[in-house]
Ligand binder design. Sequence first.
Ligand code: UDP
Ligand code: MG
Length: 337
Amino acid sequence: MSKKLTFANCATDSLAIVLPNPQISIIAPLYNETESFPRLIARLNAVMENSPLTIEVVLIDDGSRDDTAVQMQQLALTDGRYQCVFLSRNYGHQIALSAGIARACATEALFIIDGDLQDPPELLTDFYQKYQEGYDVVYAVRKKRKENWFKRSAYALFYRFMRSISYVDMPLDSGDFSLISRRVADVLNQMPEESRFIRGMRSWIGFRQIGFEYERDARQAGESKYSFKMLQRLAYNGIFNFSEYPVKIITRMGMLTLGVAGIYLIQTLIKRFIYHDVPQGFTALLFFIILFSGIQLIALGLIGEYVLRIFFQAKGRPLYVVREVIRQQQRQPLSGV
Ligand code: UDP
Ligand code: MG
């Protein structure tokens, strides 16, 4: 079970010899998206029919528990433009996306969208135009979000915080919705990071990148598949994978504490030996013990976050397991990969 197999793509497919590779791959991960599925396919078909480009669609089933997989199976067996990848279980959006990027056959660019139609697939034309102007990454910038105010403000705050602490130049209000060139996708496929924050990895890769403003639609059907816990994990991946700030802040807190302690010690000594005043303040002592125990635990936790990441990365497990890939007249069981 080698890493290479995990990233099995067109080059390793016998089908690639039969079918010429498309110019564009549209990638959409799906987790329990039965309700949006027919609308998604209708919009994608329209995009493909109205475009002069040769396009394939890579749909990834991220271990859905509803009928999404069945719908995908039927589609892939009847329409050769669709390549459907089925993961062995639910791995989460970022990993599902990675699986799609790894399978994409496009020679020119990959267009990454959400499967719930919050990212209009029709924007492919505009994004592709920017690609032709020489940009390797065209990322969507959300002008307006049609989501509740809590989510909107949480996102806005997070992106600003992330930008201020990150060591890569991360654009504001931009998610995974983007068009990336073949060479950017190739680099992404070579990045073995276990805790993936694709929008950050994309910024890290560099080349010429440009934002494209759009209004993010509301979800077309169903509920958000990102639970609070998953969002929190994504935010942590952003912070701990792209910033050394948490560790730096511990050092600064330590220095500050030492400084305060030094001043306090001098003051106490002066009181004791010059004014012969016996130091008092059991309550203050207790307060400081509790305060600094808290700070120390937080510091341990922050370091733990980095250690955990090393721990998971050190295992060297494949990022995901593909159960099956279906393309027209071609079923490829890839168990164990
Ligand atoms: N998704 C996925 N695996 C998951 C959660 C979500 O593949 O574990 C997909 C989901 O089907 C959708 C996209 O990722 O196509 C974005 O998820 P969602 O719309 O729930 O996130 P939100 O837009 O609310 O942030
Ligand atoms: Mg969504």
